[in-house]
Design a protein around this ligand. Structure first.
Ligand SMILES: NC(=O)c1ccc[n+]([C@@H]2O[C@H](COP(=O)([O-])OP(=O)(O)OC[C@H]3O[C@@H](n4cnc5c(N)ncnc54)[C@H](OP(=O)(O)O)[C@@H]3O)[C@@H](O)[C@H]2O)c1
Length: 273
């Protein structure tokens, strides 16, 4: 699996999302098995959040990484309403308990909320000094937020990015690339909705004996500094996602995608889910 550097650490360009995991006890075994299969396939970056299943997803992740913690680059997120000096320390402690680990490798502010960014940064730095987190970053921040943050220690920004949501290509992505700050693309498959049924993606997939989802992942990874974190529980999906890192799109493929999903020509508000 191809890797890129995130604040001094090599991480795989394709990871595993966990939204919607940990919501139904009857699904627990499948979800744990899926994450473990993903790790074996090289999808060693796992993205979770205290919000997902109100802690349930972190519990699933904790179970999946038991005995293999050191193979995994673990990302979790703090709710904005917990991103204060005291609140973040307590929230992080709860996440560590659920994840059954002593360290979160990358801890993100899920989105901007009521606390000043400077206060959240102070709380992140304290957790870093204590060794409870390796690095910190943000999510759902646009370029103005990052300029206001003005923090070289911000290790990543996680935003909505797929062919239907290309706004970040205008200013945010180029800026992050210049800063060497990886961009984590969430909902990379558009949650497997109408995006994957778009005819051009199907035609490109056929030319490569691939699937539309693989084409979308290869398209996201065509550029430096991008990590995609598809969520998959289906074993076949995990295998396809891992293999997508090796798929090379041609100039013709890229032009066809541009014709179907226009690249941005001006600044637009950050898309979010
Ligand atoms: N920071 C934020 O605010 C934020 C917001 C949203 C999401 N996220 C993160 O980003 C992750 C990914 O986003 P997401 O889960 O919303 O959506 P997504 O990854 O775009 O789509 C997930 C859906 O795609 C299906 N799928 C996976 N691989 C596939 C393949 N190769 N072919 C066909 N279908 C496939 C999955 O099915 P199966 O599960 O059945 O395999 C699931 O239904 C989340 O899980 C979460 O970790 C972050």
């Amino acid at each position: 699996m191809r890797t890129l550097e995130l604040a001094g650490i090599q991480v795989p360009v394709i990871g595993q999302g966990t939204w919607r995991m940990g919501e139904r006890p009857s699904e627990r075994r499948r979800e744990v098995a899926a994450l473990q299969q993903g790790i074996e396939l090289g999808l060693r970056l796992i993205d979770t959040a205290e919000m997902y299943g109100e802690g349930g997803a972190e519990v699933v992740v904790g179970q999946a990484i038991g005995g293999r913690r050191e193979q995994v680059f673990l990302v979790s997120k703090v709710y904005p309403h917990n991103a204060s000096r005291q609140g973040m320390a307590a929230a992080c402690e709860r996440s560590l308990q659920r994840l059954q680990t002593e360290r979160i490798d990358l801890y993100l502010l899920h989105w901007r909320g009521q606390y000043p960014l400077a206060e959240s940064v102070e709380a992140f730095e304290r957790l870093r000094e204590q060794g409870k987190i390796g690095r910190w970053g943000v999510s759902n921040c646009d370029l103005d937020d990052l300029l206001e943050l003005h923090e070289p220690s911000c290790a990543a920004n996680q935003v909505l990015y797929n062919p239907e949501a290309r706004g970040i290509e205008f200013d945010l992505l180029p800026w992050q690339q210049r800063q060497g700050m990886p961009l984590m693309a969430y909902c990379p498959l558009g949650q497997a909705g109408r995006l994957l049924r778009q005819p051009s993606l199907g035609q490109i997939a056929e030319r490569h004996a691939a699937t539309a989802a693989q084409v979308v992942l290869a398209w996201l990874l065509r550029q430096p500094g991008v990590i995609a974190i598809p969520k998959a529980v289906e074993p076949a999906h995990l295998r396809l996602n891992a293999a997508a890192a090796a798929l090379q799109l041609t100039t013709e493929d890229l032009a066809q995608i541009d014709a179907a999903f226009a690249a941005p020509t001006r600044r637009s508000p950050l898309a979010m889910i």
